[in-house]
Write a protein of this length. Structure first.
Length: 164
């Protein structure tokens, strides 16, 4: 049986069953009603792969969405770096590259464009992704990061030579 609650909280519900012959039974159960929660996800990320010279410029586009039933409130988005394509909230933070939305209502999406100038990463491949950090509880806090985008860093160009 499903009962839809209107307010969050705990309460006791008594269920009484009777039959035509007069038999009856009462069962009391404690019920917890949870309020609506936000659920911030980053379902879109691009480009899949890029090559950037050390000291050059990298560009990323992410789409964040609140697929939950409540406003996510102030939400921070932080660029993270990983050795593999699975981005998690425990990956290294590129802290100086972050976004903040003051409110993020249910159903809303936001396109987040990020350009990193003077690319600081060491040469070789790495994966970059964006993770959301809502300041309110969520229905699922394990789906807050985008997929990893591969960036291969090459050595910086020699001084005086154009980059193309």
């Amino acid at each position: 049986m499903t009962v839809h609650g209107l307010l969050a909280g705990e309460l006791f519900v008594a269920v009484t069953a009777t039959d035509p012959d007069g038999l009856s039974a009462v069962q009391e159960v404690q019920v917890t009603v949870e309020g609506a929660l936000a659920d911030v996800v980053i379902p879109e990320a691009s480009p899949d792969s890029q090559t950037v010279a050390r000291g050059g410029e990298a560009s990323f586009t992410f789409v964040a969405r609140n697929q939950g039933d409540a406003d996510a409130g102030a939400t921070f988005f932080v660029l993270r770096v990983s050795g593999d394509s699975v981005i998690t909230s425990s990956d290294r933070v590129r802290q100086m590259h972050s976004f903040r939305l003051s409110a993020f209502p249910p159903g809303d999406s936001a396109v987040l464009n990020l350009i990193v100038r003077d690319w600081p990463e060491p040469t070789g491949p790495a994966y970059f992704g964006l993770c959301a950090d809502p300041q309110l509880p969520e229905s699922n806090a394990l789906n807050n990061c985008s997929r990893g985008l591969k960036v291969t860093t090459t050595p910086a160009a020699a001084p005086g030579l154009p980059l193309w």
